[in-house]
Ligand binder design. Structure first.
Ligand code: ATP
Length: 574
């Protein structure tokens, strides 16, 4: 019920359109009720009273009633469609905005396919409420009220008999709604599982091909797909019993009327025309009743979907600005300072333990350590993707929690191991949303990032479409595009996560040259996976199991016979 009220709240900004739609719906209903009365006039006043001169007038009225009804209905559909599309646009927009606000933690604990199914598929189901739900219930209710009044006005005794099945219908509807709502929750969940699987399988298609696991993936797809079928079928089976059952109960009202009415006709209390009109209205009475049942069925599915959407809208981002903070007026110095930083993703599994370090502005630092030591985690804390548990992390001497989030992220340029490139052109990816950038600026940073050379050889140069996640580029090329992107951002601090995949020597030289330009005058943290090039950095920080165990220059660390030397020797001794 709460979800329904919340969904209805989305209509508030469109009051004018709601009112217009409802007006046309009411008028359509009124004109829908005229024909049975006109038919009664034909039977009683034209045929039985032998007034054929009246026939053209009554038939004219009938055509006019049908014509007006359908014209008004067409307008109703038109306005309703505009209303529904506006509401759904707003809802989808809200979900996407909420997703953009959420912290990394939300994404690291959910699959992309599952989230996508909430934005697309769940909103489509909610859309049904507005397409034919609300308005369907409303026109059906209006018709019901109108017909009930007419039935009682015509013959209250017959009307009472006709309505005997109604309490049974109400109790059944409540029971059905409760049961089917649970089924629809299950359907939405299974459908999201299938979507998550699909996203995963399509992203991993190269692995599937490489390992010849097509059979295995087909079986996994079938299993998820079958689960969607099974849960959908449960709801459908319930409906297959409920819907015809309700229609049957409804017809009992007509049977009761036909049982009693012959004696009323015989005693002259009721004319044949009136009986015809009564039965016609009674038949019309059960049309909206069945319509309400169908809408209720659809509504339960839509409400289950809406609860999944509200789940996203109600999730508060973990990382937010403290109230009242503002960005410093001057550009911050590029110092990075950690004081006794502790961090864990899960309780009781510490990832960083009492890490303290200070990187002066402009220094080039390499972060090394075995896999899982906590290097990437440290970077996530600097970008404020997560907050430290205890201790502090400062940029330019200011705790990142005392700076606006946008400001913190403006200070850092991150080049990931395999940078994410969007499905667009090379230019789009370098500019990334900055429409003020000129072509010469793009080319300037691309040249500095040693990317211009290979871009110039692409079929459409900077306008070449580089495919989803930049699949049409090599890892080395992607890194150079990402370096160009960061050069354009021009941050005081740069973080470069070295590619672990094999890059040929020529490409590596180009990346080094690009990096040389990128790091000029900026504080630089390189997460180094290959230790061959660390002679050039000012300082090496060695992390092990979340602790900073060594700190110094390449030569002094080699002399120390500590972890750095072990890692170095492991890499260079065959
Ligand atoms: P690598 O060199 O292999 O990239 P790393 O030094 O960068 O490793 P991190 O990625 O920082 O290591 O991971 C440190 C530890 O935290 C690992 O044990 C990892 O399994 C764990 N970890 C990383 N991300 C998460 C997460 N989102 N949720 C839970 N645990 C995580």
């Amino acid at each position: 019920m709460n979800s329904l009220i919340r969904i209805l709240g989305y209509l508030r900004p469109h009051r004018g359109l709601v009112l217009t739609t409802l007006t046309f719906a009411t008028l359509t209903t009124v004109f829908d009720l005229l024909p049975p009365w006109l038919i009664k006039v034909i039977i009683d006043d034209v045929i039985q009273a032998q007034r054929t001169d009246l026939l053209p007038w009554v038939l004219g009225g009938l055509v006019l009633a049908y014509g007006l009804k359908n014209t008004l209905n067409s307008l109703r559909i038109r306005f309703n469609n505009i209303l529904e599309q506006r509401v759904i646009f707003h809802l989808r927009q809200q979900v996407f905005h909420a997703l953009q606000r959420l912290s990394i933690n939300f994404y690291e604990n959910r699959s992309t396919g599952e989230i996508m199914s909430r934005v697309m598929s769940d909103t489509e189901h909610v859309e049904r409420i507005f397409v034919d739900g609300l308005e369907g219930v409303l026109t059906a209710s209006l018709t019901l009220v109108g017909i009930t009044i007419l039935l009682f006005a015509l013959n209250w005794k017959l009307a009472l008999l006709a309505l005997i099945p109604i309490p049974i219908l109400i109790v059944s509807a409540v029971t059905f709604s409760k049961k089917v709502h649970g089924y629809y929750h299950e359907i939405r969940k299974k459908s999201a599982d299938l979507s998550a699987y699909l996203q995963d399988a399509l992203s991993g298609i190269r692995e599937t091909m490489g390992f010849n696991r097509h059979e295995y993936e087909r079986a996994r797809f079938d299993e998820k797909s079958r689960a969607v079928n099974a849960s959908t079928l449960s709801a459908m089976l319930l409906w297959s019993v409920y819907s015809p059952g309700m229609i049957f109960v409804g017809t009992l009202g007509t049977v009761l009327v036909l049982w009693v009415s012959p004696s009323q006709v015989a005693s002259g209390q009721l004319s044949i025309g009136e009986l015809f009109m009564f039965v016609s209205y009674l038949a019309l009475f059960y049309v909206p009743v069945n319509q309400i049942h169908s809408v209720n069925h659809m509504l339960q599915h839509a409400l289950a979907a809406s609860e999944r959407i509200f789940d996203i809208l109600d999730t508060a981002p973990e990382i937010v600005d403290r109230p009242g903070i503002s960005a410093p007026e001057k550009r911050l110095e590029g110092t990075v300072t950690l004081k006794d930083v502790e961090f864990s993703y899960r309780p009781d599994v510490p990832v960083l333990h009492k890490v303290s370090l200070h990187i002066p502005s402009g220094q080039r630092v390499a972060l090394v350590g075995p896999s899982g030591a906590g290097k990437s985690t440290l970077i996530k804390l600097a970008m404020r993707f997560y907050d430290v548990e205890t201790g502090s992390l400062s940029l330019g001497g200011v705790d990142v929690r005392d700076l606006p989030l946008v400001f913190v992220r403006d200070q850092i340029g991150l080049v990931q191991q395999e940078p994410f490139l969007f499905n667009g052109t090379v230019r789009d990816n370098i500019a990334y949303g900055n429409s003020d950038v000129s072509q010469s600026e793009i080319e300037g940073v691309a040249m500095a990032a040693r990317a211009h050379e290979f871009v110039a050889e692409l079929p459409e140069k900077y306008d070449t479409w580089i495919g989803e996640r930049g699949v049409k580029l090599s890892v080395g090329q992607k890194q150079r595009v990402a370096i160009a992107r960061v050069l354009l951002k021009d941050p005081p601090i740069v973080i470069f996560d070295e590619a672990t995949s094999n890059i040929d020597t020529e490409t590596e030289v180009k990346i080094r040259e690009a990096l040389e330009v990128l790091t000029q005058g900026r504080t630089t943290i390189v997460i180094a996976h290959r230790l061959s090039t660390l002679q050039q950095v000012d300082r090496i920080l060695v992390l092990n199991r979340g602790e900073l165990v060594e700190d110094g220059r390449h030569t002094s660390l080699l002399e120390k016979e500590g972890l750095y030397r072990t890692l170095y020797e492991a890499q260079f001794t065959v």
